[in-house]
Design a protein around this ligand. Structure first.
Ligand code: ZN
Length: 235
């Protein structure tokens, strides 16, 4: 009796240990190994690219062939060297950007679109060019790898002021009158500053005061009020 009880206990302990490692996924009932974070392949392909809440970053990537539907060119000002592709954005984004830029105008400020939609191929070109110039480590600090750029969603827009529209985007934009106004007002039109200062470790990207992302007014309001980033919304 004692021996069989010991065997039973051993089996029980083994089952509990296995139970801690194995997780039944409710969506497909397949048994998956629950391994420590470092063992999990970091990159995941996004399954809901059309959702305006879609999370795109270094971990969650868009597939090579994803292109948003219903893209339009908004009636706004563009920076000097913008390409035809980059003028496009999703209809929701375009409507909101017109509203945002009109509000800026009422406050005596001119905003310009520097870059909105970028295809996987365009991003690949930009990334590879930077890698060849500066090496992968430096390139990763400033240019998103293809698939991990929000610009592929048609929901992200890089904006600037008149001075910026003639040259390159710089972090200084955050210190300009337009940059400050954008930071404290873009949520009213459904946008968030996607890569705020101090949140680099969470977003995986450097501070970019010019990069705004459309998420809709309700979410933008919440993110602004709570002073969080999109990654923190998903929890
Ligand atoms: Zn951007």
């Amino acid at each position: 009796m004692k021996k069989s009880a010991a065997v039973l206990l051993t089996i029980l302990v083994m089952l509990v240990s296995i139970g801690a490692l194995v997780q039944i996924s409710p969506d497909n009932m397949k048994i998956r190994l629950k391994l420590p974070e470092s063992f999990i392949k970091k990159e995941k392909t996004i399954k809901n690219p059309e959702d305006i809440m879609v999370l795109v970053n270094r971990r969650y990537k868009l597939s090579e062939d994803y292109k948003p539907k219903n893209m339009v060119i908004p009636k706004v000002k563009f920076s000097n060297n913008i390409t035809a592709e980059e003028k496009q954005m999703r209809k929701e984004t375009a409507d909101a950007i017109e509203e945002l830029f009109n509000a800026a105008k009422k406050n005596s400020m001119e905003l310009y679109v520097v870059s909105a939609y970028r295809s996987y191929e365009t991003q690949k070109g930009l990334y590879e060019e930077r890698v060849s110039q500066r090496g992968k480590k430096e390139a990763d600090k400033y240019v998103a790898e293809p698939g991990s750029s929000e610009h592929q969603t048609g929901l992200a827009v890089d904006v600037t002021n008149k001075l910026g529209s003639k040259g390159q985007l710089q972090q200084d934009f955050g210190q300009t009158k337009e940059g400050k106004w954008l930071k404290s007002n873009c949520h009213k039109y459904g946008f968030i500053i996607r890569y705020p200062y101090g949140k680099e470790k969470i977003t995986g990207y450097n501070y970019e005061p010019w990069h705004i992302r459309y998420v809709g007014k309700k979410t933008a309001e919440e993110i602004f009020e709570k002073d969080i980033v999109l990654e923190e919304m998903k929890k």
